[in-house]
Design a protein around this ligand. Structure first.
Ligand code: NAI
Length: 698
């Protein structure tokens, strides 16, 4: 049953009942119109109330219908709202909880609205690159006032019902209920009190004006442009609300419809919708059902109080979970705790954290030098030096002291999690949790599933990730996991670009214009160029035939490791992060180029971006083929949340789909002809070639 129909004396009550948020899927829409018809046909019924079961009135469109023809099938949402408006008997919306998107639009079609306090009210369509498509841009300004309505529509953020009710002159809520418990009774009473009032009031008939008129909209447009440079939807929200003030209601509705449909077709909206779905999909693991039992995690131990250990600890403290940190020396512990303190204190100073919250968090943190003190922790995360020997010693100790059933996690970024697991007699309890730096800020968490990792361990860590507000993506075991394995190819390609004629600035500028938060050379300076250097030295041993540019090695030989040494591809002033081009680095690149006998050529921004992004795509295809990543969307999530890939492009794999995989492979074939590039590098991954042959996408 997607909606319940009951009659309370002379009032019909339609209760939306489509868990979890009463999404307006086809069956629910049908149930609403059926209920309306039944109530109108029943002479004993004088008025109708629509409300929601559970914690929501309605969260809007049913995401299960996303992109399916069912979403448009009649009765579509516009028809349902018309049926409500056209009901011969008054319809009251009793808003009991979450009231978003189509849910709010449905309530705006009702003749009266009564809301409980504490309801989250929003039109979040802009977050999917759209505008509201069922009258939200035309009715909300009439009901709420132009300015507050536009703020709600452009931000997509929820606002509490009681705050909206306080707006002067608002007609969104005819009444606020005393509480959610009394809402239904109050709604039935309201329905009875208006049962005979005619004509029925309609939001569409309310006036819609802004005192400053066009000047206000011009101002709003300028504001929005500055904030949403890569997305067309926010400016379209302004257009649509302006149309509400200028056009007749039905013409405004037509304008909204046309704008909505045009936005549906933009690559930006496709990217955001892809991201929305990919984020939900990433938390699902094909062979680990959602009802897999989880282990209780009430306390965490962290080994190593360095850069990562401290940041990792903060995540749990923030979530109210006790943390015990272990180090080899007291000084290291003190340094680690001081860094955490400093971090929180700066948040307090900026007004982002209350003093009592800060103290509460710090009180959850304890330290130790002895492994025996960790034995009661439910989970331990190791973040010591990246050396197998050190990891071995640590995991043998953990195996000795930790209680049975404790989860043993490693934050290793490059080492083999299966080998680490084999240092213990309980490999089923071992897992990788690869945080990104700074670990208390970056959203991404790669959860590395070892060969023997138990399903309940995986389910527990995925749930824990949600608790600490991370976007978790599962990766199989391989060198670099998903993100770093791909970035290595991107970095190699960046080196070839320098050898062929680019400067670091030119490459960074092109990539940043494409939308990346940072180009590859600025990113190298931030992460530390010595890290890539160490990896390359390993590769020179493992894969002597692999082609590499030596330019980055020359840079490291000069000690230019990046921001931490004040100099890398760029110079940096103390305490500042602005890159300043350095003439010596340019000369070093030119001299190296000359020593290879290469005559520099001018390389277009388009070629730079394609070579860098397609190198990610090709390695991504290999990861999919090897089963390291379960879905292309998972790879996109890694890049969007951990590597600053432009959101409006939807991640590397989504971008490749947008360009067309055929075109991607064509470009790769072209790059392979370039004698200064690596033909081997551009061999399309078999999966990519196969998808092209079959005319498919990732
Ligand atoms: P770090 O050098 O800042 O901190 C390591 C800490 O571990 C030091 O404080 C050291 O005293 C302590 N330590 C070393 N051996 C120990 C032992 N046997 N027992 C207890 N404590 C010990 O290193 P960082 O950057 O925090 O890296 C830690 C781990 O995280 C490494 O595996 C690294 O690959 C990984 N990682 C690092 C990232 C980064 O950006 N720095 C990103 C993701 C992962």
């Amino acid at each position: 049953m997607t909606a319940l129909y009951q009659v309370h004396d002379d009032v019909a009550l339609i209760t939306l009942n489509n868990p979890p948020v009463n999404g307006l899927g086809l069956a629910t829409r049908q149930a609403i119109t059926d209920g309306l018809a039944k109530a109108n046909a029943d002479a004993a019924v004088k008025a109708i109330v629509i409300t929601g079961a559970g914690k929501a009135f309605s969260g809007g469109a049913d995401i299960k219908e996303f992109g399916s023809p069912k979403a448009l099938q009649e009765p579509n949402l516009l028809s349902v709202i018309l049926a409500v408006e056209n009901s011969a008997k008054p319809v009251v919306a009793a808003i009991n909880g979450v009231c978003m998107g189509g849910g709010l639009e449905l309530s705006l079609g009702c003749h009266y609205r009564i809301a409980a306090p504490g309801c989250n009210v929003a039109l979040p369509e802009v977050k999917l690159g759209l505008i509201p498509g069922a009258g939200g841009t035309q009715r909300l300004p009439r009901a709420l006032g132009v300015e507050p309505a536009l703020n709600l529509i452009v931000s997509g953020e929820p606002v509490k019902s009681e705050l909206l009710a306080m707006l002067p002159g608002q007609k969104l809520f005819d009444k606020m209920a005393a509480s959610v418990e009394s809402l239904q009774q109050e709604a039935l009473a309201l329905a009875r009190s208006v049962a005979d009032v005619r004509p029925l009031p309609l939001v569409r008939n309310l006036p819609c004006k802004h005192p400053q008129g066009d000047a206000y909209f011009q101002f709003a447009r300028n504001m929005v442009k500055g904030m949403a440079k890569n997305f067309p939807a926010p400016a379209k929200c302004v257009d649509a609300v302006q149309a509400a003030t200028q056009k007749k209601f039905d013409d405004g509705m037509a304008f909204e419809r046309e704008t909505f449909i045009n936005l549906m077709w933009t690559s930006e909206s496709r990217a955001l919708r892809h991201l929305f779905m990919a984020e939900r999909a990433a938390s699902k693991i094909p062979d680990v059902p959602e009802d897999t039992p989880q282990r209780a995690i009430k306390s965490i131990a962290v080994i190593g109080a360095g850069t990562m250990g401290g940041g990792i600890a903060m995540n749990f403290l923030n979530a109210g979970i006790a943390v015990k940190m272990l180090e080899m020396k007291q000084e290291a512990l003190e340094r680690g705790v001081a860094t955490i303190r400093k971090n929180y204190e700066s948040q307090v100073k900026k007004g982002k954290l209350k003093q009592d919250k800060y103290e509460q968090r710090m009180s959850l943190l304890t330290t130790t030098l002895s492994y025996d003190d960790l034995k009661d922790a439910d989970m331990v995360i190791e973040a010591v030096f990246e050396e197998m020997g050190v990891k071995e010693a640590v995991f043998k100790e953990l195996d000795r002291v930790m209680k049975p059933g404790a989860i043993l996690a490693s934050n290793t970024s490059t080492l083999d999690v299966n080998k680490i697991a084999a240092f213990t007699k309980r490999p089923q309890d071992v897992i990788g949790t690869h945080f990104f730096s700074p670990a208390n800020i970056m959203k991404l968490l790669e959860v590395v599933r070892g060969e023997k990792t138990a399903k309940d361990v995986l389910a527990t860590v995925m749930a824990l990730a949600k608790k600490i507000k991370k976007t978790a993506v599962v990766s199989g075991v391989c060198d670099g996991f998903i993100g770093n394995r791909m970035i290595e190819q991107y970095g190699r390609q960046g080196g070839f670009l320098l050898d062929e004629g680019c400067t670091p600035q030119q490459v960074d500028r092109a990539v940043e214009k494409f939308g990346f938060a940072m180009g590859p050379f600025r990113m190298g300076d931030l992460a530390g160029n010595d890290i890539g250097w160490a990896i390359r030295k390993r590769r020179y041993q493992e894969k002597p035939d692999m082609k590499y540019s030596k330019t980055a090695d020359l840079l490291c030989e000069k000690g230019r490791y990046g921001q931490k040494t004040g100099a890398g591809w760029y110079d940096y002033q103390a305490g500042k992060r602005e890159p300043i081009p350095n003439q010596e680095v340019i000369q070093m690149i030119e001299a190296h180029r000359a020593s290879l006998g290469i005559k520099p050529r001018k390389i277009s921004d388009e070629e730079i971006v394609q070579r860098l992004v397609f190198s990610l795509v090709n390695e991504g295809a290999r990861l999919l083929e090897e089963g390291i990543a379960a879905r292309a969307g998972d790879i996109d999530m890694v890049y969007l949340t951990g590597y600053g890939f432009p959101i409006h492009r939807g991640g590397p794999m989504n971008y490749a789909n947008e360009v067309g995989l055929f075109n991607v492979v064509q470009a790769m074939n072209r790059f392979a002809q370039n004698p200064l590039d690596d033909a081997q590098f551009w061999q399309p991954a078999p999966l990519l070639a196969k998808l092209v042959a079959e005319g498919r996408t990732f």
